[in-house]
Ligand binder design. Structure first.
Ligand SMILES: [Zn+2]
Length: 259
């Protein structure tokens, strides 16, 4: 593919307009959906030979009522299973950003998440602050986790969520190497500080709006126990749920040019 074509592709992707989805689309992650850059793209990096723009996404399209709910740091027995049950009984799709070290120990649980129709993303192998690591170390963290998730589920993640949101724009070329977009969030529930259900609910109530990407952690019992309550609240507010790819599209999907 020559540079000119790539340039056109990138330009067109900026103007990609999101289209409607049904729940079936959301559950079927095979379908590439129009690329949607919710934030300004990362500047090209000199190490990136194709000058491709790597999407850093904090939110999805703000029209309609759609949001994405995400669970980090699993999969682990009990709490991930509780979260799965809460989602399943309400027919809600979510995205799980998994740690390689947990997928390695609980591959069948990763498979279960995948089989339930949720999206799985890469959350590194053992949760380091990527911005402090060398390129080679970042690459190892990502590669190992990609391979473990592929081995466990047969599906290769297309989104990376850096632990703590710690990822430099100058590291974007590494994400590109693995064809990963960078999926961040804009509603931080701080559930990992175990502040109590009431406090988490307050944050969700105050900060969630159409386009929100909500950050939760399925390794915490408190979060697992309140997931049903969170989902019921959001359903009551008539929000609709998408996976990250269902929401913002595949990070490098060919853009459809509006006719
Ligand atoms: Zn994490």
């Amino acid at each position: 593919m020559n540079r000119r074509f790539f340039f056109k592709k990138v330009i067109f992707s900026f103007f990609g307009v999101s289209i409607g989805y049904s729940l079936r689309d959301v559950f079927s992650l095979q379908q590439p959906i129009v690329n949607y850059n919710a934030t300004s793209p990362a500047p090209s990096h000199s190490k990136n030979p194709l000058d491709i723009e790597v999407p850093f996404v904090h939110s999805g399209p703000g029209f309609g009522r759609r949001i994405a709910i995400t669970f980090d740091d699993g999969p682990v027995p009990h709490t991930t299973e509780m979260v799965l049950r809460a989602l399943e009984s309400r027919k809600i799709p979510a995205t799980f950003f998994m740690l390689g070290e947990h997928v390695k120990v609980y591959p069948s649980l990763a498979r279960e998440v995948q089989a339930a129709g949720h999206e799985i993303g890469n959350h590194t192998f053992n949760h380091p602050q990527l911005s402090k690591l060398s390129d080679a170390q970042v690459e190892d963290q990502i590669r190992l986790t990609q391979d473990l998730i592929v081995d466990a589920t047969g599906t290769r993640p297309v989104w990376l969520r850096p632990p703590y949101g710690s990822f430099r724009r100058s590291q974007a070329h590494i994400a590109y190497k693995f064809k990963l977009g960078v999926a961040l969030w804009n509603v931080d529930t701080r559930d990992w500080t175990k502040p109590g259900a009431q406090k988490v609910m307050q944050i969700i109530e105050k900060e969630t709006k159409p386009g929100s990407i909500i950050l939760l952690h399925d390794i915490h019992k408190e979060t697992a126990q309140m997931t049903g309550q969170i989902l019921d609240f959001l359903l009551e507010k008539e929000y609709e749920f998408s996976t990250i790819s269902g929401f913002v599209g595949h990070p490098y999907a060919p853009a459809r040019v509006p006719s």
